[in-house]
Design a protein around this ligand. Structure first.
Ligand code: KG4
Ligand code: ZN
Length: 321
């Protein structure tokens, strides 16, 4: 089964062609980051305009690289939510028009489910799975007992962890998106600053990152007023340690409670070295639990993950009917 996936929910215009839920025939991603950097974040109106400008060239390149004709495609799938509404519309309309013009089946996919299925490209799934979704817009712990069954155990009550990375990076003077740069700085620092670890209720799987973000901003502002030096590498490390510890502790607790056979991490922050190392160390202590992270190119937004998710959504719906 050949699925063409389309992703335009934020600032990447992406089209991919994937065979049988795993074989990547093409995966074209046009990143708009340079157009948003001056503003320190994604500007929705600017994003929609660049999606409009790039969607057809990106479609054409994905088809050419996959070396297939539209008639060979079995399903056209697109991210329908969540995301920036104007950006989503560009992808949805392009995908619908393409499906209609070539008389192909059309399906809408949830972006988060796409991030989760990015893991399947390189690793098999062993249920029950505990998925930690960490991106610029989302922080969720999701339990999957089978393909395409999602039970949300917890989510952020305020900032997403990636958003928190981006804001902390901005006050440190780093370019948007700052996550990878803060991660790099943290590798060179020591956990010298005391920052809050926010767990909420003892039994809760929800997250809250705004207090940690404010603590970092306050520390920088106070130092500035008092004309004191802040070691940015140490601050990045202290911030990363706090964020990673809460994410890791809740993930491991949920995995134990639900007897997960596999923990998968998804979304842009799955690229984070601190998170990878902490989870690897903790999962080693559990007996027989597999851990998987997507390769870096499948961590951030792409359309291959949308095509893979659609393949399983289609298979699951057909089994039920
Ligand atoms: O999944 P994604 O591409 O977009 C959303 O769906 O939001 O994630 C982008 C987010 C940004 O906030 C970015 O700063 C963050 O992922 N990110 C990282 C790292 N690489 C990307 N955050 C922490 N450490 C990283 N290495
Ligand atoms: Zn995303």
């Amino acid at each position: 089964m050949i699925v063409l996936g389309v992703e335009t929910s934020c600032d990447e215009t992406a089209v991919a062609v994937v065979k049988d839920g795993r074989e990547i025939l093409s995966n074209v991603v046009f990143s708009q980051i340079k157009y948003h950097q001056d503003y320190g974040g994604v500007v929705p109106e600017v994003a929609s305009r660049h999606h409009l400008r790039k969607i057809i060239p990106v479609f054409e390149r994905a088809l050419a690289e996959a070396k297939i004709n539209p008639a060979e495609i079995d399903l056209v799938a697109v991210t329908a939510k969540p995301g920036l509404i104007g950006s989503l519309f560009v992808g949805i309309n392009a995908a619908k028009a393409f499906a209609l013009a070539h008389d192909l089946e059309y399906m809408e996919v949830n972006h988060i489910e796409g991030h989760i299925y990015a893991n399947y490209i390189e690793k098999d799934f062993y249920f029950p799975i505990l998925a930690l979704v960490v991106s610029g817009g989302h922080t969720e712990l999701i339990l999957m007992r089978d393909h395409y069954q999602f039970e949300v155990l917890g989510e952020t009550l305020d900032d997403a962890v990636g958003e928190c990375y981006d804001k902390v990076g901005r006050v440190m003077g780093l370019d948007y998106p700052a996550g990878a740069l803060v991660d790099e700085l943290a590798q060179r620092g020591k956990p010298a600053y005391k920052l809050p670890l926010i767990y909420l209720d003892k039994d809760s799987y929800d997250f809250s990152f705004s207090g940690l973000k404010s603590a970092v901003i306050n520390l920088l502002n106070t130092a500035k007023m008092k004309n004191e030096e802040v070691n940015l590498a140490d601050l990045a490390r202290s911030f990363q340690d706090s964020a990673v510890k809460v994410l890791t502790d809740k993930t491991i607790r949920a995995a134990k409670e639900h007897n997960a056979r596999q923990i998968i991490v998804a979304g842009g922050v799955a690229a984070n070295r601190g998170l990878r190392e902490a989870l690897q160390a903790e999962v080693k202590k559990l007996d027989g639990v597999a851990l998987s992270f997507p390769s870096l190119k499948y961590c951030t937004d792409n359309a291959a993950m949308i095509a893979v998710a659609a393949y399983f959504k289609h298979r699951t719906e057909n089994k039920r009917s």
